[in-house]
Design a protein around this ligand. Structure first.
Ligand code: AQP
Length: 344
């Protein structure tokens, strides 16, 4: 069965949005608007899989929304909303909890990393996170999902859930006029030189909102001085930059900074090394500061302007939620018919 092409992705309101979220995801959200219908979601139900301060959560939800708009997402042409305003996400996630297998979820590396040694004490929601993510995507029967490298495994699980649902209910799906598949196999879009931006303090760790050190990441709201300071202090090694990509293979910190530069400039690592091969880090870091400030400065400024007007942000989210709900409600009615649940 041919599915209408549709893009869906989400970002958690769990703290400061950083360069990893920007380059790994949001830059691509912006680009995809030119070619696809897109739905971009502030995934607040995902955020509460770990405790969030009720005083801070609304601010974080509005800040991610502001970041979407400041980066160039058009909430009129596309859909921007927060997950909790469309109850069908949670409803379909329950159905998927009954489709997904324990063994599949047990293999998820993000859960293992986040739960660590404290497995008995983390929320059930953190374990079931990937089934909610599958529901987020499939409640719109979305076909393309731009994400960073860290979400690849969850995307594969979403595909497995879609396939198992289609298999488990194949006769009913055909009977209700949906041919041989009700859900598409959503395709991950993970491309470019910065699909996994690493911490500025440790090239083996992903840049993350929850890292205790603010120096590990560049936040979208950092001012020019802070960006400059963080880049100057970023961990490197004593060698000059290599002239070819192969020379980055055993140098994770150098690889990371070159990847960031390439992504911000919308070029390749090979091109960056053609320009900077043989240069010392002090020279390269100066150029990286200039480029980062030029790209991120206007975004941070616009975000600050937008969050100062919460009524506008809330109106964007309300409008987006209304439009998202129309699509999601239709899917959910069909899912109920396919499963055999009695409805009005
Ligand atoms: N370091 C990264 N490099 C590239 N892409 C990244 N993404 C996150 N970190 C990087 C991508 O950003 C999108 C939104 O991520 P999220 O906020 O929903 O969740 P996350 O992946 O858990 O992000 P964080 O910053 O690491 O948050 P915490 O610390 O709360 O866990 C996704 O597409 C993600 O791939």
């Amino acid at each position: 069965m041919a599915f209408k092409q549709l893009v869906f992705s989400g970002v958690q309101p769990t703290g400061n949005l950083h360069l990893g979220n920007y380059l790994g995801a949001i830059v691509k959200f912006v680009e995809l608007q030119k070619h696809f219908e897109c739905i971009y979601c502030v995934v607040d139900l995902h955020a509460i899989t770990t405790w969030q301060d009720p005083e801070e959560l609304p601010k974080a939800i509005r800040e991610v929304t502001a970041a979407f708009i400041a980066c160039g997402i058009d909430p009129k042409k596309h859909i921007v909303f927060n997950q909790s305003q469309v109850a069908e996400h949670a409803e379909l996630a329950w159905v998927f909890n009954c489709v997904a297998r324990m063994g599949w979820l047990n293999r998820m590396t993000q859960f293992k990393e986040k739960a660590g040694k404290d497995r008995e004490n983390v929320s059930v929601g953190l374990f079931a996170y990937p089934t909610l993510m599958a529901a987020d995507i499939l409640v719109y029967r979305a076909t393309h999902v731009p994400v960073g490298e860290d979400q690849k495994q969850h995307l594969e699980l979403s595909r497995d859930i879609a396939q198992k649902f289609n298999n488990d209910y194949s006769a009913s799906i055909a009977k209700h006029g949906f041919g041989d598949a009700f859900f598409p196999q959503p395709e991950p879009l993970i491309q470019g030189p910065a699909t996994r931006v690493m911490s500025l303090r440790d090239g083996s760790k992903k840049m993350s909102k929850s890292d205790a050190s603010d120096y590990s990441r560049i936040n979208l709201t950092d001012d020019a001085d802070t960006i400059a300071q963080k880049i100057r202090k970023a961990k490197t090694d004593p060698e000059p930059l290599p002239s070819e990509e192969k020379g980055l293979e055993t140098r994770p910190e150098a690889d990371n900074l070159v990847g960031i530069y390439a992504a911000l400039k919308d070029t390749t690592k090979a091109d960056v090394l053609r320009e900077f091969g043989g240069a010392q880090f002090s020279t390269f870091k100066s150029s990286l500061v200039d480029l980062s400030v030029a790209k991120l400065g206007p975004i941070g400024g616009e975000m600050k302007r937008l969050v100062a007007d919460p009524a506008y942000i809330d109106a964007v989210l309300a409008d987006g939620s209304n439009r998202a709900r129309e699509i999601a409600a239709k899917t959910m009615l069909s899912v109920k018919d396919i499963i055999g649940l009695v409805r009005r």
